[in-house]
Design a protein around this ligand. Sequence first.
Ligand code: FES
Length: 152
Amino acid sequence: MTEPVFQTEKVLVFYVNGKKVSDDNVDPEMTLLYYLRNKLRLCGTKLGCGEGGCGACTVMVSKYDRRKAKVIHLAVNACLAPVASMHGLAVTTVEGIGSTKTQLHPVQKRIAEAHGSQCGFCTPGIVMSMYALLRSSPRPSMKDMEIAFQGK
Ligand code: FES
């Protein structure tokens, strides 16, 4: 009689800007931000404080909520999130919503037209906070916006 074979899943699988990422060589201490910038070369997501205070690293993480039977979208500080925690989830970075090479997303366009940035370093994080808010709440209240931009 043969022993049952138990396989342990060791491959990280998630989606970034709609593309499947499979990786069987992930350092469990690696953050999502490090992975995006150094492994996927998506450098639009910035490293500012590295401790969850500035929001420059904000991305949108989407997951299916079984209780609500719908996809929920969250703004997440990529500098704090372990990349391993993204297994089965979908990540959207600022590159995934628009660019000057393709077409700017309305959030990007309005910020640019209204001179809504100072040095611009954290602007991708501001864009992604607003984008995630609008995906969850297409007509946010002032209170919703205050909460979305107050930092985490
Ligand atoms: S780099 Fe400042 S919150 Fe992540």
